[in-house]
Design a protein around this ligand. Structure first.
Ligand SMILES: Cc1cc2nc3c(=O)[nH]c(=O)nc-3n(C[C@H](O)[C@H](O)[C@H](O)COP(=O)(O)OP(=O)(O)OC[C@H]3O[C@@H](n4cnc5c(N)ncnc54)[C@H](O)[C@@H]3O)c2cc1C
Length: 398
């Protein structure tokens, strides 16, 4: 049992989880299901976690898992099942129909709604979940009792001592150095462009997502709810999100989706999202492991970030069950190798979608025409469409 911070300022638990994002919360749930107690700490408040707008597309496997966790999951009432996407190029739309190609779908259900559901579920089940707590480092991962050193909202330092520590603390992970030796040790690619993202009050401009490769650059027309829409266009990584007027934003977007008249409305959020691919050099060492963005980052084009985090967690939960309940280390020893197979497939898919759809600064007319040839190859061929559908809807969880 966890004991609240006492004069010794040490909390003891079986699994210490740093980060209450999708990875940390789903992991704590799967562990609790197996009877394994955990403590989750997050530096943000519950309100901040529940209101940060991020990913929106859930793979079939993620939805199946959320449904297994809660058969009444709001993903089926508030979320929207999408059976395809459109690739648009040279003014022509080519639909990728998921069910007919692979018998699977995706759901549009924003990440912060998943987090609201998971927080309500975990707190309702009595989970020890501490908001406003910042972990600073992890110690002794090679011993039997690794520790997370953290500071609470009042500035008091305390320790969470556990049988196992999990870094679910996002791309700036403080757990990562305890596993890889340094926060940057891994495989990295930065892209020479970013997405200018907006949220606006408007009806949907299209029923499904449109990924548009146009002569003036990439745009993505996405949806959020009947009254709120999410759209992106390719921009310079150093672009200032406040430099463009609303009229200029609409003009840029409209020019990049010829053939569709966008429904315009008040823009109430704008951000610039840089593109990076990263995989940490190790995901596991001794009594600690990384999941989700702490282990890897993908550019958002393939909608893989949150889904990949959940896939890691499914593997890690099973490995921790075997280790902590049966004293069997085989699955945890194989965790990194197994997780990396999916991670590199997702990295490849995200890189492929990104480079197929965006204009690169060094592109000349040859590159441009080759890119259009690639889009035509993929969409003309059933094999090409099937690969895209299979990867986009997500490979089944192991
Ligand atoms: C702006 C933005 C837009 C995105 N859009 C998409 C998209 O459209 N599609 C997609 O698939 N993916 C998208 N992603 C990626 C996706 O949101 C992530 O892959 C997903 O959130 C990963 O979940 P996670 O639980 O691993 O990490 P996170 O969601 O980052 O959660 C990590 C948690 O750890 C906490 N934390 C961090 N450091 C500490 C510390 N030292 N101590 C305590 N707590 C700590 C954080 O507060 C956070 O709550 C986007 C990401 C961003 C930033």
């Amino acid at each position: 049992m966890s004991t609240a911070a006492s004069s010794t300022a040490t909390i003891r638990t079986r699994v210490a989880i740093v980060g209450a994002g999708p990875a940390g919360l789903v992991l704590s749930h799967l562990l609790a299901d197996a009877g394994i107690e955990s403590v989750v700490v997050d530096q943000r408040s519950r309100a901040e976690i529940e209101s940060t707008i991020r990913a929106g597309i859930l793979e079939q496997g993620t939805v199946d898992l959320l449904t297994a966790i809660d058969p009444n999951s709001r993903v089926h009432t508030v979320g929207d099942r999408h059976e395809g996407i459109e690739l648009r190029f040279q003014g022509e739309g080519r639909r990728i129909d998921f069910p007919s190609l692979v018998g699977r779908s995706v759901w549009l259900y924003p990440q912060h709604e998943v987090l609201k559901d998971m927080l309500a579920l975990r707190l309702g089940a009595g989970q020890d979940l501490r908001f406003g707590v910042t972990a600073s480092r992890v110690e002794d991962v090679d011993g039997d009792r690794p520790r997370v050193i953290a500071t609470d909202a009042e500035g008091a330092e305390f320790t969470v001592e556990a049988d196992f520590v999990v870094g679910a603390d996002g791309s700036r992970s403080v757990v990562r150095p305890a596993i890889t030796g340094s926060s940057r040790d891994g495989y990295f690619r930065e892209y020479p462009f970013a997405w200018f993202g907006i949220l606006c009050e408007a009806p949907a401009s299209a029923e499904e997502l449109i990924y548009s490769n146009s002569d003036s650059g990439f745009a993505l027309i996405s949806q959020r709810s009947p009254d709120v829409q999410r759209m992106y266009f390719q921009c310079d990584p150093d672009a200032d999100p406040n430099a463009l007027s609303e009229a200029e934003i609409w003009e840029t977007l409209q020019a990049r989706v010829p053939g569709t008249t966008l429904q315009e409305g008040r823009i109430f959020q704008r951000d610039v999202l840089r593109f990076r691919s990263f995989v940490a050099s190790s995901l596991h060492r001794g009594r600690a492991a990384l999941v989700g963005d702490a282990a890897h980052t993908v550019p958002p084009t393939g909608a893989k970030g949150m889904n990949l985090a959940i896939a890691d967690v499914v593997l890690l939960a099973r490995a921790l069950n075997a280790l902590l309940l049966e004293n069997d280390p085989r699955l945890i020893d194989g965790y990194a190798e197994k997780a990396l197979q999916r991670i590199w497939k997702a990295q490849n898919f995200s890189w492929w979608m990104t480079t197929m759809l965006h204009s690169l600064p060094e592109h000349n007319e040859f590159d441009r025409r080759r890119q259009l040839g690639e889009l035509r190859s993929v969409t003309d061929s059933e094999a090409g469409r099937t690969y895209l559908a299979e990867a986009y809807t997500g490979w089944p969880f192991d």
